[in-house]
Design a protein around this ligand. Structure first.
Ligand code: SF4
Length: 378
């Protein structure tokens, strides 16, 4: 099982209740961003480009709990920034667990091993560790030599201590599908519960703009990686979302499915775009012109987007939208997608770019290395 049965049951009953209530739009996962500062400066990230005074700001536990209660989603993901840099993160996590929310704390794991003792294993808590690929690929991606080894040490320490550990892999253009498949083997061998994979989003503020995937290339890449699936792989994503990534399903974006709350308030309309902020969750839901977003809207910023935060909830809604959806999801759960054409893509794969995503050791940020070290305390 990719998630505990209690979690699958909680999510399924929540979605069914919302549908029975006739709610057209409802949240599935709250994206809670208690801070933006980070101890990495990844090439594909748009979050760490804020001025220093913003990077130093953070939400209090009380503000986090208020947002969680306002929103009502059964799951809370805590991205950032790096959540482990928040001095009150253990208090935030224990408060969310006490509220019986399924928490995914998204971390680069650089500090995981040393801070593990501040947390208690629970079926409600999972560390979602950011590992973008095998050693060389991950270190390029996060612009830090040795980042992969530290992250994997954190993964193993958390698994050994009895925590739920999942992983989060973001793929950019030039990713080697053969390497990604080996990466999946390595993650499963390290004892992770399940893995999540998504294409990166073209953040306007991200320093590296050349390596984001277009939709057609995303589908080809994911078809080659996720077809001929190994029995040992477990994924922490809707099977329908994964079919969408492989180009086998067409889904419309559900930006309200994973609403984002940060030090600025409720972000309009989604985790990726910043078209203003609402003071309350209700105001967010009412004030956004939702038809202006999603690939079909013609909004150029949505044209190439296939990210998890926009389409995972779409997959879940597809599942619970009809008997056909339930049946197709059940079938997809056991499908290993045999596909000789995808095997050929793997065999014929060649790097499309010269050189790495970014040079190891460079800091992909508009801030200097010393500025970033000062705000992160690294
Ligand atoms: S398509 Fe992507 S960028 Fe556009 S609203 Fe959906 S999640 Fe946001």
């Amino acid at each position: 099982m990719a998630v505990p049965i209690s979690q699958a049951w909680t999510v399924a009953t929540y979605v069914l209740k919302q549908r029975l209530k006739g709610r057209k739009r409802f949240p599935l996962v709250l994206m809670l961003e208690p801070l933006f500062r980070c101890n990495l400066a990844c090439a594909g990230c748009g979050k760490i480009q804020y001025p220093a005074h913003i990077l130093k700001a953070e939400l209090s536990p009380e503000e986090c709990f208020r947002a969680v209660e306002e929103c009502g989603a059964p799951m809370v993901a805590i991205p950032g920034g790096e959540p482990l840099l928040h001095p009150r993160m253990p208090e935030i996590v224990s408060g969310l667990v006490a509220r019986k929310k399924y928490v995914y704390m998204c971390t680069n794991a650089l500090l995981l091993k040393e801070k593990l003792h501040l947390f208690t294993p629970s079926k409600y808590l999972s560390f979602s560790v950011h590992v973008d690929g095998q050693k060389e690929h991950h270190d390029f991606s996060v612009c830090r030599e040795g980042g992969h080894d530290i992250a994997m040490e954190g993964v193993r320490a958390a698994v050994d201590a009895g925590f739920r550990v999942t992983t989060n892999t973001t793929l950019f253009d030039g990713a080697d599908p053969n390497g990604v498949r080996v990466h999946f083997d390595e993650l499963m061998a390290a004892g992770v519960e399940s893995m999540m994979v998504s294409p990166g989003y073209t953040y306007e503020k991200a320093p590296d703009q050349k390596h984001f995937l277009g939709r057609a290339r995303s589908k080809k890449l994911f078809r080659s990686i996720l077809s001929n699936r190994k029995k040992s792989w477990r994924f922490n994503a809707s099977p329908i979302f994964m079919e969408f990534l492989m180009g086998k399903k067409d889904l419309r974006c559900t930006p309200w499915g994973m609403p984002t709350f940060s030090i600025f308030g409720w972000q309009k309309p989604c985790y990726l775009l910043q078209d203003g902020y609402a003071d309350t969750f209700a105001e967010l839901m009412e004030s956004v012109e939702w038809s202006n977003y999603g690939t079909e809207s013609g909004n150029p910023r949505c044209a190439n987007c296939m990210v998890h935060s926009g389409y995972e909830a779409s997959g879940v809604n597809y599942t619970f939208g009809s008997l056909k959806g339930l049946f197709e999801t059940a079938k997809a759960l056991f499908n290993r997608y045999p596909d000789p054409g995808a095997q050929r893509l793997l065999n014929e794969w060649k790097p499309s770019h010269q050189g790495p995503l970014v040079q190891i050791g460079t800091v992909a940020s508009t801030h200097s290395t010393s500025e970033l070290q000062e705000v992160s305390g690294d």
